[in-house]
Design a protein around this ligand. Structure first.
Ligand SMILES: [Zn+2]
Length: 127
């Protein structure tokens, strides 16, 4: 299952970034062309976060549209799905982005001597 591996990867990166501090919130940017089902990902996240610093953390999934370039006219196209059509009518598109997954924000519970900190922008690959 695609989402299970992603959830494990998210937790692994988040735990590493938090330095062992308990994580209260993760904002994950998911490209709409990544073929990730947010509900399935949330379910997997809850299951695999048990016993990790991310247990009980809120997972916020932000879906971002994909971008493509039209091979016919060179125009830029925004994609909500893994297929689309340029305004010129051509459907021969070059995908530029939309398959990425990125931890946009990571909020950790404060350690004894620190205030809550938010770590931003961790890019990850899904393959
Ligand atoms: Zn075009």
């Amino acid at each position: 299952m695609h989402e299970l591996g992603i959830a494990q990867q998210v937790i692994e990166i988040a735990a590493e970034r938090s330095g062992g501090a308990r994580i209260s919130r993760i904002v994950l940017e998911v490209g709409k062309l990544a073929a990730v089902l947010p509900d399935a990902l949330r379910f997997c996240f809850e299951a695999v976060s048990e016993g990790t610093p991310a247990a009980g953390a809120e997972l916020q999934i932000v879906e971002v549209p994909g971008r493509a370039r039209c091979r016919s006219c060179g125009g830029s196209v925004e994609l909500e799905r893994p297929y689309g059509r340029c305004a010129c009518g051509c459907s021969d598109l070059d995908w530029l982005s939309g398959e990425e997954l990125r931890i946009k924000e990571l909020t950790c519970a404060p350690l004894a001597d620190a205030t809550a900190n938010t770590i931003t922008t961790t890019t990850m690959t899904t393959s």
